[in-house]
Design a protein around this ligand. Structure first.
Ligand code: DOR
Length: 450
């Protein structure tokens, strides 16, 4: 294992920014102090005042393995994540086969060992007929149970009211939900098809997968969670209207204890794109839930600042160029985002909209608090050395040639970000040096303090 001394860094962590050195030993942060001397055998990296952040923790990615490896796999997508400063991922169950029991879950952990560059946890999925598996799930084996309360990629819709109720009643882990009411979407789709025949276009996506569908389903999830006292995390909030349903205020109290039983997440694409972008990006920003109005985008940014939104994630969901170039109606939903998400989020800091401390909170601290992840997500002595070094001034142009995700494209192509990721460390090892991936994959399975 390599030992490192990172000198002259601007550390950003737990509500503070300060200048310090940071020593990595045996894969962990050994010491954070004002002026550390290099020891023999230690590699030294002079940060020259650049930002040193805890590695980002993405609680919503689709890495496609097993079964959809033509779109992405654990090796390729985790490489893209690490190059983007995301050192921990929690991965979704809509693979083939879907992750609906302990055997399928273990299969994913086995596949990830030695191939995943980021640390990993895998969600267990829900269906209309796997209640017994959900009831038996080991809370230390998964971050949570994913419930598709709206149909999306993969056939995982849970729409049996009795089953839904039982899942909220019995889940031994947090429940995380995709909230979009499918009957509402189906009815709107039928109207659009009747009116436009098959000549539907990507800019109709936010009308077809409407705000009403999101609100109705999110309301139901909250109602079920309140009724049963469930620990609920609602994913990818996309409308201003849904924000009114959640509690505003910090996720944790002064002692670091989680205050909220129900939490909310939004994703980076809802903060960087809005309806106007369909004209230029078409299906390349088609995703579920849909990217909606600029007023929604503004409200979501404000909600990040006032702590109505607890977590910022990606919903990284790669599909091939060929698939995305199909007509609107058949092009699949989802965007590859892990490589660009942190730099895109830092644009909000450059724009003076969100503070750097808040970005670090929503992208690193909050997800580990929310899922009880052990010893990650902070710059703390004794914690795993998952780190990202950012040059806030260097700039980075997104180009197709540099995309590491297997799908080979990015919705941010042609965008110049003001910051650049100069290094990422995973479990104390340099994994990305700003230009290339370094060393063998060494992501570890997440542990949950439950
Ligand atoms: O746009 C999306 N893509 N939303 C989802 O819920 C699923 C995801 C995917 O897996 O492609």
């Amino acid at each position: 294992m390599s030992d490192w001394l990172i000198r002259n860094a601007r550390l950003v962590n737990e509500g503070r920014q300060f200048d310090a050195d940071l020593r990595i030993r045996g894969g962990r942060i050994e010491r954070i102090d004002g002026n550390l001397d290099a020891r023999p055998g230690e590699q030294v990296l002079d940060a020259h005042g650049r930002w040193l952040l805890p590695g980002m923790v993405d609680d919503q990615v689709h890495f496609r393995e097993p079964g959809l490896e033509h779109k992405g796999d654990l090796a390729t997508e985790s490489s893209a994540a690490v190059a983007g400063g995301i050192t921990t991922v929690m991965e979704m169950p809509n693979t083939r086969p879907p992750t609906l029991d302990a055997v399928a879950l273990q299969d994913k952990y086995d596949r990830a060992a030695g191939r995943c560059r980021a640390n990993f946890g895998f969600y267990m999925g829900a269906s209309n007929d796997n209640l017994a598996h959900i009831q038996r799930v080991d809370p230390k084996a998964t971050p949570g149970i994913k419930v598709f309360m709206g149909a999306s990629t993969g056939n995982m819709l849970v729409d049996d009211p009795a089953i839904l109720d039982a899942i909220f009643r019995d889940a031994p882990t947090p429940i995380i939900t995709h909230c979009e009411d499918t009957p509402t979407i189906d009815a709107t789709m039928a109207q659009f098809r009747a009116k436009y025949d098959d000549a539907l276009t990507p800019d109709m996506h936010p009308d077809i997968r409407s705000r009403e569908a999101c609100i109705k389903s999110t309301r139901l999830a909250l109602e079920l969670a309140r009724g049963h006292g469930t620990r609920l995390h609602v994913l990818h909030i996309s409308t201003a209207d849904e924000l009114a349903l959640f509690e505003r205020g910090p996720l944790v109290d002064a002692n670091g204890k989680r205050r909220k039983q129900i939490t909310a997440e939004t994703c980076i694409h809802f903060l960087r794109f809005d309806r106007r972008d369909y004209a230029t990006r078409g299906n390349f920003i088609k995703c579920n839930p849909a990217i909606k109005e600029s007023s929604d985008r503004e409200a979501l940014i404000a909600a990040l600042v006032d702590d109505t939104i607890d977590v910022l994630a990606t919903d990284h969901a790669p599909h091939t160029l060929e698939e995305k170039q199909q007509p609107y109606i058949t092009a699949p939903s989802g965007l590859p985002l892990v490589q660009d998400a942190l730099l895109a989020a830092l644009e909000l800091v450059h724009e003076g909209r969100v503070s750097l401390l808040q970005i670090v909170d929503k992208l690193a601290h909050a997800p580990v608090q929310l899922f009880d992840v052990k010893e990650r997500g902070y710059l703390r002595e004794g914690y795993f050395a998952d780190l990202v070094l950012v040059d806030p001034q260097a700039g980075h142009m997104v180009e197709r040639a540099n995309v590491l995700s297997k799908c080979g494209w990015s919705p941010f192509e042609g965008v110049r970000f003001r910051s650049r990721i100069d290094a990422a460390f995973v479990n104390g090892e340099l994994a990305w040096d700003g230009q290339r991936l370094i060393g063998a994959p060494n992501g570890q399975r997440l542990e949950f303090a439950r």
